[in-house]
Design a protein around this ligand. Sequence first.
Ligand code: SF4
Length: 425
Amino acid sequence: MDLQEKLEILADSAKYDASCASSGSSRGGQGTGAAHQSGVCHSWTADGRCVSLLKILMTNECVYDCAYCVNRRTNDSPKAILTPDEIAGLTFEFYKRNYIEGLFLSSGIIVSPDRTMELMLEAVRKLRKTFHFNGYVHLKVIPGADQALIDQAGLWADRVSVNIELPSDKSLRLLAPGKTKDTVLRPMNRLAQQIAAHKDERRSIKTSPAYAPAGQSTQLIIGATPETDREIIKLSEALYGKMALKRVYYSAFVPVMKDSRLPALREPPLLREHRLYQADWLLRFYGFTADELLDEAHPQLDLAFDPKTIWALNNLDKFPLEVNKAPYEEILRVPGIGVTSAKRILRARRAGPLKLEDLKKLGVVMKRAVYFVTAGGKYGGLKKESGDAIKLKLLEHKNPNGQLNLFGGEQAAKEGAEAAATGQL
Ligand code: SF4
């Protein structure tokens, strides 16, 4: 098998890993340039730059048999393996040709977690030492690998990640019998300790080596097992708090394998994945706790509305807020006002009182915020506000003709595009 064939197999096998979010597309036709079906993804460096990465597996062979995975031992698909020299050489060649700026390297498990980790580390070490490559590297850490190997990962890579995949030990035992909660959480914990220790050391000794400067992340598969959104978001909250994770990625379960242990889904639950990303955003940037967003009686995120709107509708006694007086933390909780517009409101009101008409110019999405704010005592929402009446109005804006599709790829994409354009949740 030549290198090109190996690369096609291994780049294709890597595409289900969401912790490196975007892959290429196929546009067909002839002309200059090629949008490969997979193989290039984008990520953010520690200083916030977006970089394109060669996204590959070292091998798609695996001694484990996770029910949901195309690379599982019992799936009879074409297998390939790259040597450390091939990985380092390919990455450097692609970098020189300006195709990519870095590497995202993951792998199935060959022989044992230790052997797999040794080979991956060797590839990255060669890239750094032999090719003097100083670009971005995201390295997957293999659950169950020896601590000494885990410790090396952060010395060579900018970002490290251990995929939890399934949100509970019970689900891991059911669908990923080779893994346990302990084999996944132990390396995460160790990486968190090492990142913190190296950061401390660099404060006093500037020349000490950087250790995973872009931090660590993980990925959770959504919808393959029965955990509720509340359980998932509480797990993420704990990971951000206890392990100082930079990101938790949520990956809607893609039913690519037939297995009686898997749920019979027609399509990946993309709208649910989107809502989890929104809830996660609220934890990280808006000061919400998991318990504020979901409780025992309401353990699932609403698919029709984003979690911030649902929180506001459940807490109407806290609204409307007077934008000329309310503190930043409360303004941030208004649907339609994001971090940027909340800061703009605070700056603008120092110059003089704000009117409702001013808010749109500050980036506020008034079709949502109007029910939750006053400006100079003026209110532009409904005369007698009730949660249900506001919901109806918001639904009219959101979806004037259609019904909600519960899998919701289009809905998620539409909301994602709107949030990207306005920056407001
Ligand atoms: S260990 Fe990873 S590569 Fe192997 S079957 Fe499980 S999910 Fe797939």
